[in-house]
Design a protein. Structure first.
Length: 133
């Protein structure tokens, strides 16, 4: 292939690439996804923009989105084993009991604070994880 033939081939290749349609990501920027509630009207699409409406009941208008809602009250999410564990220390006195009754009753207070902090951090980790879809 001569030098001029390779130049013409490069020009033809460049012209062919310029004629390709725009990538899908650039076209997807013109899509507007909207949630409408009750009997609210859905906005109309224009020549430059495509509007996609999802209709939900009026009762959902001011609620937290489903993907951000937790699975019920803490009492219903907590395991029975954890509830039963709290009954182990009811009426305890003496060493490691965190009570004013008996010698060394105060020694369990720091342990209770540490256990409570660990339980709260575990619960916040569970609450901050995204739900599976």
């Amino acid at each position: 292939m001569t030098k001029t033939a390779s130049v013409f081939a490069a020009i033809g290749l460049a012209a062919g690439l310029a004629a390709l349609p725009a990538p899908a990501t650039a076209q997807a920027d013109n899509v507007n996804e909207i949630i409408v509630y009750g009997s609210d009207p859905c906005p109309r699409s224009t020549d430059d923009e495509v509007v996609v409406c999802a209709r939900k009941p009026e009762s959902e208008r001011y609620r937290i989105p489903e993907r951000l809602r937790t699975g019920g009250a803490r009492q219903t999410r907590e395991a029975w084993a954890n509830k039963a564990k709290s009954f182990e220390t009811v009426g305890a006195s003496g060493i490691n009991s965190c009570s004013a009754v008996g010698p060394g009753g105060h020694t369990g207070c720091l342990k209770n604070i540490i256990d409570q902090a660990r339980a709260e951090s575990r619960e916040s980790e569970v609450e901050n994880t995204a739900p599976e879809q």
